[in-house]
Ligand binder design. Sequence first.
Ligand code: 5GP
Ligand code: ZN
Length: 125
Amino acid sequence: MAGEPQADCLFCKIVAGEVPATVVRDTETTVAFRDINPQAPVHVLVIPKAHHRDAVTLATEAPQVAADVLREAGEVAALEKLAVSEGGPGTGYRVVFNTGTGAGQTVFHAHAHVLGGRGLDWPPG
Ligand code: 5GP
Ligand code: ZN
């Protein structure tokens, strides 16, 4: 059933506390933790506690939780002092949802990458 924990899912294990993670925020529906292989000075993953295979599937199956993930991305950015209002290099942030293996998705439990703390090229590589 949609949202049920999956025994073989790394991020479900992080939600369950079976795999350790450096948690920066924890809400009723989401967890935010530092990426193990950071691509920027700030690289935090925001995930729903429920299992959905990617962000768009999450938005279809549980739209309120998809909104929670996006709002939490903003809370993490504020916590990490990436507020867009400050302006200048290294402020602002990027929220990325890699979707599908061809686009770099390696963990099939929906997650937002929150990246910041350095200049971010556009378009990305
Ligand atoms: P994806 O490639 O699916 O968009 O993103 C998965 C992310 O999860 C990668 O950036 C990867 O570094 C991160 N990751 C993989 N395994 C672990 C882990 O065990 N702990 C943490 N904190 N991050 C992980
Ligand atoms: Zn999962």
